[in-house]
Design a protein around this ligand. Structure first.
Ligand code: DX5
Ligand code: ZN
Length: 217
C-alpha cells in the first residue's frame, strides 16, 4: 500500500488557510487532515463543517476529517455533505460505534475509527472488516506539537499483524508527534498514512512536505 502524507491544518495559518492547504497539496500531500474539536471530548474548540465547505473547491485532494467530538454521529452527515471523503470517529466517543461507522458509509464517505493511545486494539477487532482506516493516536488528542508516545510503536505493529492475519487492506494512520526524524521508523512499524501538523506548517511548507515524503517513499 502506498504511503500517504496527511498534513493537519490545525497548525496552518487560519488567516491564510486556502493558501496553506494549496501549498501542502501542490508539494505532494495527498490527504488534507481536518481536526474537528468540540471542547468536550478534547479541551479545545477548533472549527466545524463550514470551514470544510469553504476550502473544498480549492483542490481535489482527499479530505480526511478527524472528529474529536462526543457522539460524533450527530455530525457525520454534515461533514460528508461538506465534502469530507474520509471521516474518523473516536471509539471512546461513541456509545454505538458500529452504528456510527455505518452512518459514515451510508453518507457516502470512507469510515475510520480513531483510538486514543491507551485504548486497546480489541475494541475494533470485530469492526475491522468494515473499516477503510484505523487512526492510531500517537499523542493524547487535543493539541498540535506534542511528543510521540513510544509505546505506540508496539500498538502499530500489533495492528499491522491483525490486519494482515485477516487478509484486509485497511489503512493504518498515525497522528501526533510525527516529524522528519521519526516518520521512517513509524512506517517501519507498519503505518502507511501519516498525519503531520507542526512538521508541515511550521516554516517552509513545500520544503517540509518534500522532506517528510522523502523519508517514506
Ligand atoms: C491532535 C490532532 C493532530 C495534530 C497533530 O489532537 O489530532 O492531528 O494536529 O499535530 P502534530 O503533528 O504537530 O503533532
Ligand atoms: Zn488529527
Amino acid at each position: 500500500m502506498k504511503n500517504i502524507l496527511a498534513p493537519s491544518i490545525l497548525s496552518a495559518d487560519f488567516a491564510n488557510l486556502g493558501r496553506d492547504v494549496l501549498a501542502a497539496v501542490n508539494a505532494g500531500a495527498e490527504y488534507v487532515h481536518i481536526d474537528v474539536m468540540d471542547g468536550m471530548f478534547v479541551p479545545q474548540i477548533s472549527f466545524g463543517h463550514p470551514i470544510v465547505k469553504s476550502i473544498r473547491p480549492l483542490t481535489d485532494a482527499i479530505f480526511d476529517a478527524h472528529l474529536m467530538v462526543e457522539e460524533p454521529g450527530r455530525y457525520v452527515e454534515e461533514f460528508a455533505k461538506a465534502g469530507c471523503d474520509i471521516i474518523s470517529v473516536h471509539a471512546e466517543a461513541c456509545t454505538h460505534l458500529d452504528r456510527v461507522v455505518h452512518q459514515i458509509k451510508d453518507a457516502g464517505a470512507r469510515a475510520a475509527v480513531a483510538l486514543n493511545p491507551s485504548t486497546p486494539l480489541n475494541v475494533i477487532e470485530y469492526l475491522l472488516p468494515e473499516l477503510d482506516m484505523v487512526l492510531i493516536m500517537t499523542v493524547n488528542p487535543g493539541f498540535g506539537n506534542q511528543k510521540y508516545i513510544p509505546y505506540c510503536d508496539e500498538k502499530i505493529r500489533q495492528l499491522r499483524t491483525m490486519i494482515n492475519e485477516k487478509g484486509l487492506s485497511v489503512r493504518i494512520q498515525v497522528d501526533g508527534g510525527i516529524k522528519a526524524g521519526n516518520i521512517a521508523h513509524v512506517a517501519e512499524c507498519g503505518a502507511d498514512t501519516f498525519v503531520a501538523g507542526s512538521a508541515v506548517f511550521g516554516g517552509d511548507i513545500k520544503a517540509n512536505v518534500e522532506a517528510l515524503l522523502k523519508e517514506i517513499r
